[in-house]
Design a protein around this ligand. Sequence first.
Ligand SMILES: O=C(O)CCC(=O)C(=O)O
Ligand SMILES: [Fe+2]
Length: 366
Amino acid sequence: MASTTSTQVNKKSNNEKTTSFTSVKTLTESPNFNSIPSSYTYTTNPNDENEIVVDPDDENDPIPVIDYSHLVIGTPDQRNKTIHDIRKACEEWGFFMLVNHFVSKSLLEKMVDQVFGFFNLREEEKQVYAGKEVMDPIRYGTSFNVSGDRILFWRDFIKIVVRPEFHSLDKPAGFRDTSAEYSRRTWKLGRELLKGISESLGLEVNYIDRTMNLESGLQMLAANLYPPCPQPELAMGMPPHSDHGLLNLLIQNGVSGLQVLHNGKWINVCSTPNCFLVLVSDHLEIMSNGKYKSVVHRAAVSNGATRMSLATVIAPSLDTVVEPASELLDNESNPAAYVGMKHIDYMELQRSNQLYGKSVLNKVKI
Ligand SMILES: O=C(O)CCC(=O)C(=O)O
Ligand SMILES: [Fe+2]
């Protein structure tokens, strides 16, 4: 592993300012930086050698678009059609774009600016939040798990738990107010969507809310920074994976890079302004007994502009044991396909594994 990227022992003496890891941003800002350290060289999994990356087939199989306004203030017909469209999107893609969501454009822009404000702080100011434990309420890091990753990923991140207890960065100025407002809005959005999703599964409207204990549910903001990479074909921002939680509501800064796996092909998702990308996550797959599959996705990097994405994880309370809904099971034709596991244990499992595909979910599959 190249010495510039290895984890260093954090020695603090005589007010000496130290950092516990080298962020990708710091790396790219070093003088004469023009090639990536070997530790970032990402070789595709042998099984993926014939992988194909394509743009969406807008004519025959477009990325599903859901109009949120039809779900919450539409006519009964519009609402029914939207629930039908949600079912189709969750079954066929595990992914959709959400428009007319009532989160103002100015709030989205302010939030993106605030996240950039954080990543643009001096490294020492950010490293105050360099955490180690999966449940540290605020955790700044790089790659996925820098001390365990065999290959490093071209990504710095900050994760902030905003619910059930609200946490915030102290800097940049204004972060607290903006992130509080953004968290409130996206939580409401996620909860309403999960009502529609309950109905789309043939369950009563509040089923997911109630059984996943969303009253004390977990909400996390997870921001990713992907600085320009001089050899983008050799590095990966985030490897193929699916997310924990029920839904991930993703926004980005206008620079594309997300790819979702659909029918065996990697689909480039364009960065569309003012829309949320909604990803079905592992706990929705488990509770629906695999009727809806969490979407496998990854983040490619480029040598153009810096990319930033902000994920909002909508998840069960940490002590909820997530298992297939008994209402969806049938001993003969549709037995439980996953064992129940506490959400917090699932997160630990994810953290202690290499991030790859559905490796964590597969551990609870029967
Ligand atoms: O940057 C992206 O588009 C994907 C981020 C992601 O997969 C995640 O935060 O879990
Ligand atoms: Fe993800």
